[in-house]
Design a protein around this ligand. Sequence first.
Ligand code: XMP
Length: 326
Amino acid sequence: MADNLRPESLQRITTPELANAFIEEQISALRNQIGMKKVLLALSGGVDSSVVAALLIKAIGDRLTCVHVNHGLLRKGEPEQVIQVFKNQLGANLIYVDAVDRFLDKLAGVSDPEQKRKIIGKEFIDVFAEEARKLDGIEFLAQGTIYPDILESDGVKAHHNVGGLPADLQFELVEPVKFLYKDEVRVVGLALGLPESMVYRQPFPGPGLGVRCVGAITRDRLEAVRESDAILREEFATAGLQGKVWQYFTVVPPFTSTGIKNGKRTDDWMVIIRAVNSVDATAATIEELPYPLLYKIRDRILAEVAGVNRVLYDISPKPIATIEYE
Ligand code: XMP
């Protein structure tokens, strides 16, 4: 456990100067640990794994292989941003795995939330292990473990956890940000040159949009979640709310309601808007959104998202509601 306690000598990283000093220190520590060997990293595009990737690219260049698994439950534009930032800008050795059909086929007809999470988690490990087996000479596995993961859950990263890899794929761990808090990881990310939209991302659950397409996931309803979420995020950014509201997203329940369009009855989905503030996700309050903003989001969703005829605004705090719907 002593190995897992933040060293007292580590100053809180609050400025670009402190971040640069941390980055320099980590580069030499990583080079010492890894030598000329190779490292594998599951790169989700979240802040933690992105910062680890950027650090390792600086330290060991193309001896890092990143695997980005697109499970079809990512937000609009996310896989493209990972490719753009890591492959095109940072020159990373990036393997992009399009596993969309594979995940959605396994999830078809599954409505139980825990079962959905299990399938997504297991499939992720399977896809990642298959990619790892194709590579030669990997000895290390890098992980974006951060200090709260160690304090709260015995070092197990609840989301994108690749700790469950099979016995033939046991690697030595590389965890360069394991003593940092989230705000420090963000300062380091900015100092590494990662885009603000990546560094200040709101929390996003491991099962992604899968838990916001409530019940059994269908492709059309999943697209309604993805498109409405993209509109919501765009309008929040325009309104200056990005980075100010803790978590905001849309949800599409698995039932339809009656509407009317061009004089004809419709039977379409509804989109629920959720926007909450929280410190650590154990409790959450509602962000009071101005009505003109809600109307703008509503108008865009009704005009641009196929198969939707109704927009609702969820005003339930946690407790009694949870933040996500399942
Ligand atoms: P709830 O819905 O329990 O969510 O109020 C609390 C926070 O946790 C996130 N969340 C998840 N994160 N895997 C994750 O990595 C999950 O299965 C999961 N479920 C919920 C949620 O987005 C919120 O920030």
